[in-house]
Design a protein around this ligand. Sequence first.
Ligand SMILES: Nc1ncnc2c1ncn2[C@@H]1O[C@H](COP(=O)(O)OP(=O)(O)OP(=O)(O)O)[C@@H](O)[C@H]1O
Length: 584
Amino acid sequence: MSIAAQKSDPPAWRALLGYVRPHRWALLGGASLSLLTGATGLMLPLVARDLIDDLSDDRAITGALVLMSALVMANAALGALGSYVLRRTAESVVLGARRSLSSYLLRLRITAVDRSEPGDLMARITSDTTLLREVTTDSLVGLGTGGLTLIATLALMGFVDPVLLGVTLAVIVGAGAVLTLIVPHISRAGRRAQDAVGVMGASLERVLGALRTVKASGAEPREERALHEAAEESWRQSVRAAKWSAAAGNTAGLAMQVAFITVLAVGGARVATGAIDVGTLVAFLLFVFYLMMPIQSVVGAITRYRTGSAALDRIQEAMRLPAEPVAGPAVLPAPGAAPAALAFEDVRFRYADDLPYVHHGVTFTVPARGMTAFVGPSGAGKTTVFSLIERFYEPDSGTITLDGRELADWELSRLRSSIGYVEQDAPVLSGSLRDNLLLGNREADDDEVARVVKTTRLDGLVAKLPEGLDTLVGHRGTKLSGGERQRVAIARALLRSPRLLLLDEATSQLDAVNEAALRDTVADVARTTTVLVVAHRLSTVTTADRIVVMDAGRVRAVGTHRELVTADPLYAELAATQFLAAGG
Ligand SMILES: Nc1ncnc2c1ncn2[C@@H]1O[C@H](COP(=O)(O)OP(=O)(O)OP(=O)(O)O)[C@@H](O)[C@H]1O
């Protein structure tokens, strides 16, 4: 996984504030309720003391009892409300992060996706965002309420005896120095634990995405080991983080005990010299005791923030991957819209700076309407032509124009809405058959769907499925055959009434009858639309209006089948040896 942190990354707390800002008032409300709960709790002993005084002085205790009951009720009610408000706010922060991250991931550039593991990206949305929950409530609120209580207690201590306050502060500063050494270990271990969860997500995605192949290859034990290793690495790092967190918590506890003893010793000496009286010393020691709670809460907040900040860093890294601009909903071309004309002019392209060029100056023109077939040996760069037209990638040099206008000048959603694209492996998404057909055009009505289902010869399939178009097709369409998936992909593209249809022909999977039918359908579409086909069948190339022969990233010839068979030796060889199904 190469989503790496950059030196210039802003600190995690700034990102956290970004997520929390929309919920600041709810968070403040929850924190105030927590403070109020604490205050009602602190008042209870005072009222109890009054009640005991009343009892010993033979006074009526009804008033004190009523007050105590009211305080107990208020404490419980405020506590429950405060905790609900805080948890709800924390969940809203998680929701906000999940929403923005998932929207962002849908806009990722394909180059970024090429460099990422989908399983790791999934872990960032699911697991890492969950950690924001604790960071929001425990860290932010703990730091706020604990910090306020700490300041108030220290102020009162300074009021009682500044010298003893100095002693206490010296101990606290010493403990703080130790904590600054411990805290980075918590961050590091937290980061590694979350990275290991990402690795596990990636391994899971790899296995589940190809479970049949894994089983058929007998690779379960090896894949199981990889999954377990990732789980164990996460465990190891989480345990390491727990160890350092425990050390931090105990350092705080130890510091308070050291402060207690030091205050006792220095305070005793001051009592002996008459600088303070015993009452002052006792009151101060009580304050040292009370100091424990806010200090624990502040240290807890810091340690939890450090674990959570690792998750925040991972979320921010994903949010910095290159993405496409935000676009409004795409407007599909009206049925009967003019077909598109396309031109490549000296296009050079490579998938990454450290990879060799795939296109070395590709030039061809495709007029509006008609079918153009791309042929050539495997790896010649045919599918890459389609990827560049869809602007999944940008060429390094040269120009690509659609209707005479450079692709870079097109609004991306508008460009893509003009195109119907059928990928070679014809992906089908989990959901119903209808969902899949309407993926590219939600607006298509039942008549249009029925027509396209018929032209792509899916009507037989629909009739035999238990729930027709509403039958679920399984994860990645596993309940469909390869040929059916391909026809679904073609039907989906046709429902968009594209001005340019890109068809990356599968190398197999269609039986002769369906192939002939689809060839007729595509030929029919080519009468009104511009169709580009990466062709693997003789029947396709013989019906094409023109054929572009590609070899090693260059266009070596353009012509019809008849012309090329005699004019281009490579084409003649391909026609004789490589094209599938000779039914032309
Ligand atoms: N996402 C990618 N990242 C890096 N290299 C890639 C990527 N996609 C394709 N390539 C490389 O680019 C070259 C051209 O690939 P392309 O898919 O365009 O070939 P093709 O002519 O369509 O081949 P085939 O007929 O086998 O589908 C190949 O060498 C391939 O390995």
